[in-house]
Design a protein around this ligand. Sequence first.
Ligand code: ADP
Ligand code: MG
Length: 285
Amino acid sequence: MSGFDTQAGVPLGDENDPRELPVFAQEIDLNAEQRSEPGAVVPGDGDYVLHADDLVAGYFPGVDILNGCSLTAKTGELIGIIGPNGAGKSTLLKAMFGLVRVHSGRVTLRGRDITNLRADALVKEGVGFVPQNNNVFPSLTIEENLQVGCYQNPKLFDQQFDQVVSIFPTIADRRKQRAGSLSGGERQMVAMGRALMMNPSVLLLDEPSAGLSPALQDEVFVNVKGINTAGVTVVIVEQNAARCLQIVDRGYVLDQGKNAYTGTGDQLARDPKVIELYLGTLAKA
Ligand SMILES: Nc1ncnc2c1ncn2[C@@H]1O[C@H](COP(=O)(O)OP(=O)(O)O)[C@@H](O)[C@H]1O
Ligand SMILES: [Mg+2]
């Protein structure tokens, strides 16, 4: 199947986009000690579940999309990333998930270097990723989508299925239905459910509310908050910036591949510059 990382059990997003070929990098070795190599302990990063430090990254050699992006997430935090189209939000998530080559800078997971590690290794280490588009396998049933999600550890299925159903109750009744026949909102539930099947400690979500009606968008935000409250650290990219800032602990505004503003959700939502430049009319709603 195109657009499918068989090892990671993750649909890779824009499968019709020929540019979207993932750059798989290195094997993981999280047991390695004190090397500036995969798995090395990075002093000072022990506090963070995830730390992207000054990332320069892009799809082609010599063409960098991220030009010094940084982000931290501590255990249990809900972190938002907002910014205009083309700012590099998706690229940042993909760079942290091993799908876009990091040319300089570093990514750590629980204090260890994971820069340019492969997506399947990161899934194994507890990172979940929901791409922006084409994030379910349409020809598979809901249940099969969830099975793919725990492909690396099928024994987790029963336990995680129960957890996913407790968050998305409608999934239980529809488990034999093909994902391709679902509405946009239902697909997002399956996509998030799939990413939860490996019981991740960090979940990266790329615009889960895009393309949904306002009511369904709201449901997505409530669900994301619920997943976070259940103990999963979440990094969410959102086009509905104003709503996103209401639910996050902290947020990052990205512009042209760089951090533009950062603060608590509240601080950003009230910052006149952020309102003027990035929230527009949404902020006044
Ligand atoms: N697969 C790709 N190959 C090459 N360039 C890409 C690819 N995806 C995105 N880009 C470019 O990277 C830049 C940032 O895109 P993206 O990270 O998708 O922005 P955002 O998610 O903030 O809208 C854009 O200029 C876009 O054209
Ligand atoms: Mg995007």
